[in-house]
Design a protein around this ligand. Structure first.
Ligand code: MN
Length: 288
């Protein structure tokens, strides 16, 4: 059985001691095995406080972030790329200190809408930087994920095909492809082939609905996706991700274009999502 996770932003906008306790406590109560903690600003997360709470409630953690245009390792500007690499290195350290073995997300470029195509020079910067980040992460016992996202959030990796080629170019054994059904639903022609394309490179999964609200209330073809995971014998983490302007900060809402409330009660949403994912896995397994 896959370990199931839930994104912290389903519950809290930040990571004060109070917010951390609240989010970890609800995640454990909802039956999740782990919580995904955003490290957009690694210095804002106290790893030892977090680790203590995770131990207290008996769940694990993964970490994620999206770089921005000031820390874009795919920038042609080497100073900006270096700033991004430094942020990733610091995030790896915090992830390891709080007990996470995974740092994913938009770790390879800015998370935002670009006004031009990616360049070979910029792509080269990202590949070189990620190679060094993966080396540091390997020493810390952390796997790095590159999350494939839609065209409005990256100009570099919009499909599983692009991500597997990019991962091969980095060539690090602790670099994995991270698929997200919300993004796949926009960019991929179907939900099963991308899983097959990734093969052993698939290391992390986000489950999100087409509008990022309640699972099953949108247009994502979940049966096809979960069937592909079962067929691929995917053993990795499956994390539920959803955003509502009820919870997240204005800055994050702007970055992800979250303009409406798809839900009010994060705990009700998370309980529903865990059941939905479990049912999908069972159905897909029986259909095999
Ligand atoms: Mn995602």
């Amino acid at each position: 059985m896959n370990r199931l996770g839930v994104h912290a932003l389903v519950f809290v906008p930040g990571w004060s001691a109070e917010e951390a306790r609240g989010a970890i406590e609800i995640s454990a109560r909802c039956g999740y095995d782990l919580i995904e903690i955003p490290l957009l600003d690694p210095s804002s997360v106290d790893p030892y406080m977090t680790r203590g709470l995770l131990d207290e409630y008996g769940i694990g953690a993964t970490c994620s972030l999206g770089l921005d245009f000031d820390t874009d390792i795919s920038s042609e500007d080497e100073a900006i790329a270096r700033k991004g690499e430094d942020l990733l290195l610091r995030a790896v350290t915090v992830a390891a200190e709080l007990g996470a073995d995974y740092l994913g997300g938009v770790t390879y470029c800015a998370m935002g809408k670009y006004s031009q195509s990616a360049t070979e020079r910029g792509r080269g910067h990202a590949i070189e930087a990620l190679g060094r980040v993966c080396s540091h992460a390997a020493d810390a016992g952390v796997t790095i994920g590159i999350e494939v996202v839609n065209r409005y959030e990256s100009n570099l990796l919009n499909t599983a095909r692009q991500a597997t080629i990019f991962a091969d170019d980095v060539g690090a054994s602790n670099l994995v492809v991270h698929l997200d059904t919300y993004h796949m639903n926009i960019e991929e022609g179907r939900m099963d082939l991308p899983v097959q394309t990734c093969g052993d490179r698939l290391g992390y999964v986000h489950v999100g609905e087409s509008h990022r609200g309640y699972l099953g209330s949108g247009s994502v073809d979940f049966p096809s996706f979960f069937r592909a995971l079962i067929d691929a014998d995917y053993q990795g983490v499956i994390t539920f991700e959803s955003f509502s302007s009820r919870v997240i900060s204005d800055a994050f809402a702007s970055a992800l274009a979250v303009w409406r409330d798809l839900w009010e009660d994060g705990e009700d949403l998370a309980v529903h999502a865990r059941q939905f994912i479990t049912d999908q896995l069972l159905s897909a397994g029986r259909a095999r």
